[in-house]
Ligand binder design. Sequence first.
Ligand SMILES: [Fe+2]
Length: 192
Amino acid sequence: MAALDVKVRTALSPSPRQPLASSKLGLLADDLAAHPALWRPLVRHDPADRWYVRLRYTADFEVWLIGWETGQDTELHDHGGSSGAFAVCEGALTEDWTERATALGSSGSLRRRVRPAPSRRVFGPTYVHNLVNRGPGIATSIHVYSPPLSSMTYYQRAADGTLAVKRTLAVAGPDPEITAATVAAGGGWRSG
Ligand SMILES: [Fe+2]
């Protein structure tokens, strides 16, 4: 009976989140980047601040579109335990990255690579990175996270090079999904 009870409880419970495998995250980022008709009409680049919009939110993953003017960056951050992938669609982004386990209290652990379009990076749940558009010109990228982001912790680097937690921010739940029509109508996207 105990086994049956477990089965009944399982059947009545909401389905647990099913994070996408890294390979699927990469394929999804690649596929979206290869179909600019899906996102190109939505792209904005704001000289005042990095521009971004959430394109899709499900229980298992979410997708963001980001527009970068020269000099704009994310700050060094993690993804609250989510895995992810990003595809650089135009321009180039410079990435400094490490793993959280080696980030705290360590120095000299950041690795750097310039990622020009078209390029793609897949990362796991302990990944810590900063992305910056060093120019010349704008950059545009697509980012996939699974499960959807729940929080992001930001890190700062001391003068001696060691990393420490700066702040942790909760990530808001789903916005209404964005369509080309809502953007064309002047709504449905935001900057900042
Ligand atoms: Fe990130």
